[in-house]
Design a protein around this ligand. Structure first.
Ligand code: PAF
Length: 282
């Protein structure tokens, strides 16, 4: 497994690949890898013959300095996991390599980012857009893999790829969950035992709401119940709980026929910010 730290090294890695019938699958990550990331790698391996993973905790997508400095870093373990998965190349740049200059460009994703993560984390999607563009330009993959857990990020990246004509196919991989339903996330590493139990409220509220919606109950009544569930659960602060168009991220006030619909939530559990979503109608 090649472990590369510079853009130049990635370029020569690419140049040394055989010219014919090469498909590069790319999995961008911020490290602290878990089974969700490994699922992305697995999917990449299934449809590409060269797999590149990047590990870079991107400072420009954090709107909160604490969140950035507390982001878990487990590089040795990450590399071991990727070696076991027989990944071909891992790109581990430092900040200077990615940001020799502070980018002046600002990417505005319009309506896609006025809600949910975009509205609670100002500048977050600008940072995601800039770093994903840079990584795609460095790695030049044929396919790139992203997790459905970051539903709004998927929408933003699809918009980026379409609007800027990146020559890459985006694949979305379903969320991987613990047996009890908690969506895998690098941030789960920061949950203490008690908070780990409390965090289950997110998945419970999402599955409860989906069942009630499909049973025909009014969304606003369901949301009141959900708000009460969160008020009663001490140590958990709900940030948002919304019904949205799964691709456009438009907030809905009930089920609408013939559009894909998801429920999206974010909450602080013992100070750790968690997000999750489930599809209501595909
Ligand atoms: O989903 C993530 O881990 C990050 O947002 C990404 C896509 C690697 C960009 O830093």
């Amino acid at each position: 497994m090649h472990i590369l730290h510079t853009k130049e090294a990635v370029k020569s890695f690419r140049q040394n690949l055989p010219k014919d019938q090469i498909t590069i699958g790319f999995v961008p990550t911020m490290g602290a890898l878990h089974k969700g990331h490994l699922e992305l790698v697995k999917k990449a391996k299934e449809s590409a013959n060269v797999v590149v993973v990047s590990i870079f905790v991107n400072p420009t997508q954090f709107n909160n300095l604490n969140d950035f400095s507390n982001y878990p870093k487990t590089l040795d373990k990450d590399l071991e996991m990727l070696r076991n998965m027989e990944v071909d190349c891992v790109f581990v740049p430092d900040s200077q390599e990615i940001y020799p200059n502070q980018p002046k460009l600002k990417i505005d994703f319009g309506d896609l980012e006025r809600v949910l993560e975009g509205s609670f984390r100002p500048g977050h999607f600008n940072g995601v857009g800039i770093v994903v563009s840079k990584l795609l330009n460095i790695v030049k993959p044929h396919k790139a893999f992203f997790g459905q857990k970051d539903l709004q990020q998927v929408a933003v990246i699809k918009r980026l790829v379409e609007d800027l004509s990146f020559d890459v196919e985006i694949s979305v991989v379903p969320t991987v969950r613990e047996e009890d339903g908690l969506a895998l996330s690098s941030r789960n590493l920061r949950l203490g035992q008690e908070d780990r139990l409390k965090s289950l409220i997110l998945f419970k509220a999402l599955t409860f709401s989906k069942a009630e919606l499909l049973a025909g109950r009014h969304w606003l009544d369901i949301r009141n119940d959900v708000n009460m569930m969160f008020v009663e659960q001490q140590g958990v602060d709900l940030e948002y709980f919304e019904l949205v168009h799964s691709n456009e991220m438009r907030i809905l006030d009930g089920l609408v026929p013939e559009i894909p619909i998801s429920l999206c939530a974010a909450a602080y559990v013992g100070g750790v910010r968690l997000i999750d979503n489930i599809s209501v109608i595909d």
